[in-house]
Design a protein around this ligand. Sequence first.
Ligand SMILES: C[S@@+](CC[C@H](N)C(=O)[O-])C[C@H]1O[C@@H](n2cnc3c(N)ncnc32)[C@H](O)[C@@H]1O
Length: 230
Amino acid sequence: MADPAAELQELGRAAGAHGEVTLRRRTGPDDAEVTELIVDGVFAMDDVDTSTEQALATETLRRCPAEGLRVLVGGLGLGWTAATVLAEPRVAAVDVAELQPALVGWAADGLLPGLPALPAERLTLHVADVAVHLAGARRNWDAVLLDVDNGPAFLVHHSNAGLYEEAGLATALAALRPGGVLAIWSSDPVPELADRLAALPGTADVEHLLLPVQRDGRRFDYAIVFARAV
Ligand SMILES: C[S@@+](CC[C@H](N)C(=O)[O-])C[C@H]1O[C@@H](n2cnc3c(N)ncnc32)[C@H](O)[C@@H]1O
């Protein structure tokens, strides 16, 4: 019998203040190459189906009709959300806050499948905790896209819990320009997060968008929650 571990090719591994991060490649069932990201012992993602990481970008930008948009992406991951934001010509500047310095280095080395080449303009990668990045800014971005966990109920780091509590959400909203959109990705439906956002002062147009995905013959309902800062 084939050893599944033998088919894993490690592209990078690094330990740091926020645990170990591993980037590895495996061969999928149809012989397609699949890249996986493991963060602090937690499976963060692979690129079997990146439609919802891309939808985080497209669905948010669809709700931001202006030109010259400034966007913050929380969590670089394999680069799909950041690359999809960059593909929109109405976006003037993209900041990405990523906790793992190694991942930012691998992006520079062209190892991330979603973002194989870093553009010389419009993109700034910050090695930073997105919560700290948000707290240091007021009225700065037209969109803030958060995909740093598998969702509020399945954290990659326990220290991220505050992002989804009232104070953390209020900080994210305060970092948006008036009319700007906060969007939060989750691997499970999170109607309670939408309710929490709707109850905060200064929010409008709260939406809970379900995104069904088929994987290995099973249906998964991923979700994105949107809220507009007024
Ligand atoms: C699921 S991946 C993001 C996937 C990304 N949307 C994409 O399209 O590839 C989550 C990322 O968030 C990062 N992360 C986790 N907590 C963070 C935090 N507090 N601040 C910044 N980045 C964080 C992880 O290191 C990981 O790279």
